[in-house]
Ligand binder design. Structure first.
Ligand code: HEC
Length: 140
């Protein structure tokens, strides 16, 4: 899937010579909201990995669902239109974000049941979306 995303970005982008990612033009307020969400994502990944390493599998699942899963979708809903990142993303980019929430919820479901092996097997789901989007899209 990653290889596909890279190829797709390479083939369809109005790519610069040194950066093959496609440019998504977001209003400044949406960029700001996105950046804030992204820093939260980074913290969440770190927290979930720390919980997994400590054997706190169920807690890792709960944290994943709340912070990255489908429960975390729509958090910009009440903001002015200009500050809602998803509304200004091209559909393909937005789709990667939505898929990412779904994938995080898949991990969260396994982990919340306390099944360590299954949770470990699904752990890479947490970062698939991050990589897919970051390797295909840029905002500047
Ligand atoms: C749908 C696309 C998309 C997904 C999915 C995504 N990101 Fe991002 N991310 C962006 C964009 C676009 C920016 C740049 C925002 C800007 O500065 O305009 C960004 C910026 C960031 C930054 C830099 C924030 C800063 O300091 O400026 C971090 C860290 C980050 N993302 C982490 C993550 C993590 C971790 C995940 C997965 C849990 C993730 N992102 C998923 C699109 C995405």
């Amino acid at each position: 899937m990653r290889a596909f995303m890279l190829i797709a970005a390479f083939l369809t982008g109005q790519a610069l010579a040194e950066d093959h990612r496609q440019l998504a033009t977001l209003p400044p307020a949406a960029k700001e909201a996105l950046r804030e969400e992204m820093l939260g994502n980074l913290l969440a990944i770190n927290e979930i990995l720390t919980l997994m390493a400590a054997g706190k599998i169920k807690e890792a699942g709960q944290a994943a669902e709340t912070s990255l899963g489908q429960s975390a979708q729509g958090k910009h809903r009440d903001k002015p239109f200009d500050a809602r990142p998803g509304q200004h993303m091209p559909p393909a980019m937005h789709g990667i974000g939505i898929d990412g929430h779904r994938a995080a919820s898949e991990f969260a479901k396994a982990a919340s049941s306390g099944d360590r092996d299954k949770a470990l097997a699904l752990l890479p789901k947490l970062t698939e979306g991050c990589v897919a989007c970051h390797y295909s899209w840029r905002t500047r």
